[in-house]
Write a protein that binds this ligand. Structure first.
Ligand code: ATP
Ligand code: MG
Length: 188
């Protein structure tokens, strides 16, 4: 599951857990992006990586990969999947996205090769509709998950405005944000 994770929140974790359960996955690897393509300036990648580690540490099936943050330049999903394939040559790979992120899939570099590298699972997300009719049916699934209207953008705005993010993000992430004084400045 790729994402900016700035910060990781319970919407991400529920998505990963539901997809793992439904598709009987051995595990979910969270892959924080490097400098993302077409996105605002994001927090330092080590902060995003560590928050993702903190949030997933208690789940034995969840791990975090540094592959994207260690590759220079913007992250393309094709590169993430090629790296995952190289590390796990015999695995059946699934790529987890929310309904909104999947919608930009056609803009991804080398979209055709994507279908060969992984099965894509788009999970439902409040406020986002998705039709899969134009995508290869055997390589893409839509999974309905419990709706959590949480976004990292909203979490950042709440911190900036002095509102709590308790229960939107894991407790350790609340504490990490506070310890490092993240999201207080306008650019964040
Ligand atoms: P931002 O507001 O900064 O874009 P975000 O909340 O969308 O943050 P991302 O890191 O962009 O989080 O998302 C990573 C992946 O998780 C994407 O595929 C996104 O669609 C999915 N996702 C994020 N939040 C939810 C949610 N509440 N429900 C379902 N999927 C989600
Ligand atoms: Mg997003």
């Amino acid at each position: 599951m790729g994402g900016t994770f700035d910060p990781i929140h319970h919407g991400h974790l529920v998505a990963a857990s539901e997809v793992a359960q439904h598709f009987e996955l051995d595990g979910v690897v969270f892959v924080p992006t490097g400098e993302p393509y077409q996105k605002r300036a994001v927090s330092w990648s080590e902060h995003r990586y560590l928050m993702t580690v903190v949030a997933t540490a208690s789940n034995p099936r969840f791990t975090v990969s540094r592959a994207d943050i260690e590759r220079s330049g913007p992250t393309y999903t094709i590169d993430t999947l090629r790296d995952m394939r190289a590390q796990h040559p015999d695995a059946d790979l699934f790529f987890i996205t929310g309904a909104d992120a999947f919608a930009s899939i056609v803009e991804w570099k080398d979209a055709d090769e994507l279908w060969q590298l992984a099965h894509f699972v788009a999970v439902t997300r409040p406020g986002h509709q998705l039709s899969l009719s134009e995508y290869p049916r055997e390589r893409v699934s839509l999974l309905e998950i419990p709706a959590l209207a949480i976004s990292s953008t909203d979490c950042r705005a709440r911190v900036r405005a002095g509102y709590p993010v308790w229960y939107l993000v894991p407790d350790g992430v609340v504490q990490y944000i506070s310890k490092h004084d993240l999201y207080r400045r306008l650019s964040a």
